[in-house]
Design a protein around this ligand. Structure first.
Ligand code: NAD
Length: 269
């Protein structure tokens, strides 16, 4: 804990900014941070859902909700101003906001491609740049956690824009880890396997669900809370010597090659 910058005798804890905070993995991360005593700024482009999510929290005392489109530098700059006027510091940024358009490569329009890249990759760059500058003002460094995907490292059908955007985000994690690491800001990523969120409900067909079952040793989707715990670990001092790394939280998907489905079929129950 540290003293409030205005000299107020109240002690405030660390401040985190979470993008895409209105639901899913983002909202679970907000709850995890609150449970650890952090102050949290919830950013989301869906102002109504974000406000409702904020109101639904059992303890929203040290939480603010800010409408923000992370693909717009102006919108992110305004959100940063709001965070600074509230707490005068930022210790962690979770670049979680993302969108998915699953379509065959030859049917994906340039507009769809651009939309996905603008949010998933450029949005994380914009937020990292703006909030890292604020972390440096605090003089104590900080942590950035990017939410990538198993689609970043293993190509698949239908994910030409989504998978490419997330692969870019894995490399952005390394680039920023290299540069910002020298300034005391650690930059890491969490790569989720499939998680039963609104996004998954929108793009995961029964065929995709069956494919995942055949490719994940743990044989199930991840829980939002399981992702939130890993994200929190990388925000916290518990991971103080981890930088530029991508942590797979995917039930073993990335570790596995061929043979899983046939092994399941022949294994004794
Ligand atoms: P979700 O769709 O449930 O929630 C995403 C949130 O981001 C929404 O509240 C949405 O309003 C917000 N958002 C979208 N565009 C935005 C923008 N331009 N500015 C600000 N906010 C914006 O998604 P989720 O399933 O919780 O996924 C969270 C992250 O995890 C995403 O980056 C996603 O790609 C990644 N991921 C999810 C899965 C999965 O199976 N759910 C798997 C791998 C990776």
């Amino acid at each position: 804990m540290f003293k409030a910058p205005d000299g107020d005798s109240d002690l405030i804890k660390k401040v985190a900014v979470v993008t895409g905070a209105a639901r899913g993995i983002g909202l679970a991360t907000v709850k995890q941070l609150i449970s650890e005593g952090w102050y949290v700024a919830m950013l989301d482009v869906d102002a109504v859902a974000n406000s409702e999510a904020h109101q639904s929290l059992s303890d929203a005392t040290n939480v603010i909700a800010i409408a923000c489109d992370i693909s717009s530098p102006e919108s992110v700059a305004a959100a940063a101003e709001r965070v600074m006027s509230q707490w005068s510091r930022v210790d962690a940024l979770v670049n979680n906001a993302g969108i998915a358009i699953f379509k065959p490569a030859l049917e994906t329009t340039f507009e769809e491609w651009s939309q996905v890249l603008d949010v998933n990759l450029s949005g994380a760059f914009i937020c990292s740049q703006i909030f890292a500058r604020l972390m440096l003002q605090g003089g104590k460094g900080g942590a950035i956690v990017n939410i990538t995907s198993i689609s970043a490292t293993r190509a698949s059908t239908l994910r030409v824009a989504y998978g490419t955007s997330k692969a870019g985000l894995v490399h952005l994690t390394k680039q920023l880890g290299a540069e910002l690491g020298t300034l005391g800001i650690r930059v890491n990523a969490v790569s989720p396997g499939p998680v039963e969120t609104a996004m998954a409900k929108q793009v995961h067909t029964p065929e995709i669900r069956s494919d995942y079952h055949d490719a994940i040793p743990l044989g199930r989707y991840g829980l939002e809370e399981e992702l939130a715990k890993a994200i929190y670990f990388l925000c916290s001092d518990q991971s103080s010597y981890i930088n530029g790394e991508t942590l797979n939280v995917d039930g073993g998907f990335a570790a596995t090659g061929i043979g899983l489905a046939s092994f399941r079929n022949t294994s004794p129950e």
